[in-house]
Each structure stands twice: as C-alpha cells, then as structure tokens.
Design a protein around this ligand. Structure first.
Ligand SMILES: Cc1cc2nc3c(=O)[nH]c(=O)nc-3n(C[C@H](O)[C@H](O)[C@H](O)COP(=O)(O)O)c2cc1C
Length: 211
C-alpha cells in the first residue's frame, strides 16, 4: 500500500479543547482531523489518539470546542498544544482566551471561528477514537485566513506528530526514524548524543527507534 497517497488529502489545523469540571482543569490539543458530516442538524467528527489527555477528558465531559486556527497564529502555540500534554501543564495559562460556556479556546489573534459540540457518539477506531459531535453553537471571531495543513508544513515548517492519525513516514529513502516518547515529535536519521527535542526540549535518551 502506498501511504503517500494519503498526503494528497487536504486538511486544516484546529485546536480542540474541553474542561475536566471535577478538577477544574482546562485541556486541549492540536488536531488536523475535523470533518463536517451534516449541515441540517449539523454534526462534525474529530479523531483523537487514545493516549492524548484531551481524549480522556472529552470522554468524561462529553463536550468540546473545536476552533479553526488562522494562518497568523503564533507557531509557539501549535508547538505547545501539539507537542505537550495537558496532563502535565495548563496550556491555556498565559494565552488570551475566549470562554465558551465554561470551555476555553484561543482568541481572535489565533483563531478564525469556533464550534461548540456535545458528544453524540464515540467510535473506537483502534489507536484513536472518532468523536461525533452535535453542534450546539458556532461563532466567527476573526476574518483571518484559516490555516491549512499544507501551509503549516510548507510555510511555517511545523513538526510532524506520530500521534496525528494522518502521520505518514514521509521520506523516500528509508532513514531510521526516532520518536520522542514525551511529545511524539518525529526525527529522521541518527540522534546525536547532545540532541534536544526541538518541540519539548528533553534529551536524546527520550528518543526511541521506530521499528
Ligand atoms: C500538526 C499536528 C496535527 C495533529 N493532529 C492530531 C489529531 O488529529 N488527533 C490527535 O489525537 N492528535 C493530533 N496531534 C497530536 C496532539 O496534538 C498531541 O499528541 C498533543 O500533545 C496531545 O495533548 P494532550 O495530551 O493535552 O491531549 C497533532 C499534532 C500536530 C502537531
């Protein structure tokens, strides 16, 4: 199977967030797997890795907000939300946020619009869960251009995460692949001893060879 074919699929870039009401903890992560499923009685779908803390909390709270990132978002926000876990830190601390009925999302400097959802179905798809969300509200917050995955990869030169369901080994020549066991960042080729993860900063001992 030529998995490079999947790279011809167009994606956007989003932040999905929720709240653990019991612990009063905000969670959220970067995703590229938002799809609109229907428009009368609108439904959307998002696909979340089972290892992601945001998945655990959305299963519990049964609500989430998914926001469409703009091309003008600070790349450090994508780094934080895409390569570190909400389990260890409050990713929204220090960011300008909008409150959507108790769930935080980023403000108009980072996003174009948001969609508030109630979970109507969860489908186990192996490494990930597919969450079907019933849309309860939407809001356009800026007229900035939505970020596409292509723009993120080619213009911003953003990193690839092995936790994204769309991850494809993208080297013609098969180099060794090492994955950061903390944030999922993928590095191609040998890891020098003094290497530090460009995403989360941990040392070379955290990089495990992908077989
Ligand atoms: C460009 C990009 C796209 C991503 N897409 C997804 C996705 O669609 N689904 C997913 O579960 N994780 C995706 N991730 C990975 C999560 O954002 C990442 O594992 C995050 O650290 C999880 O944080 P959490 O533990 O706070 O939920 C993506 C990461 C990046 C950088």
């Amino acid at each position: 199977m030529d998995k490079n074919v999947f790279k011809d699929i167009s994606y956007g870039l989003y932040i999905v967030s929720s709240i653990d009401k019991e612990k009063d903890q905000d969670v959220g992560c970067v995703i590229n797997t938002l799809n609109q499923l229907t428009s009368t009685n609108p439904l959307v779908a998002i696909c979340l890795n089972k290892e992601n803390y945001t998945n655990e909390i959305i299963k519990k709270e049964k609500r989430f907000v998914v926001s469409i990132l703009s091309e003008e978002v600070n790349p450090d926000i994508i780094k934080k939300f895409g390569f570190s876990s909400s389990k260890a830190k409050d990713k929204f601390a220090g960011e300008k946020v909008i409150d959507v009925n108790g769930i935080k999302t980023l403000d108009d400097a980072a996003i174009c619009s948001y969609i508030e959802c109630e979970v109507s179905q969860i489908i186990d798809v192996g490494s990930h869960d597919l969450f079907i969300g019933k849309v309860v509200s939407t809001k356009k917050v800026s007229s900035k251009k939505p970020m596409s995955y292509k723009y993120y990869y080619e213009v911003i030169k953003g990193g690839v995460s092995i936790k994204a369901p769309t991850y494809v080994e993208d080297r013609e020549i098969k180099e060794e692949i090492y994955v950061c066991d903390v944030c999922g960042y993928v590095h191609y080729g040998k890891i020098p001893d003094d290497f530090k993860c460009p995403m989360c900063g941990v040392d070379a001992s955290h990089f495990k060879k992908k077989e």
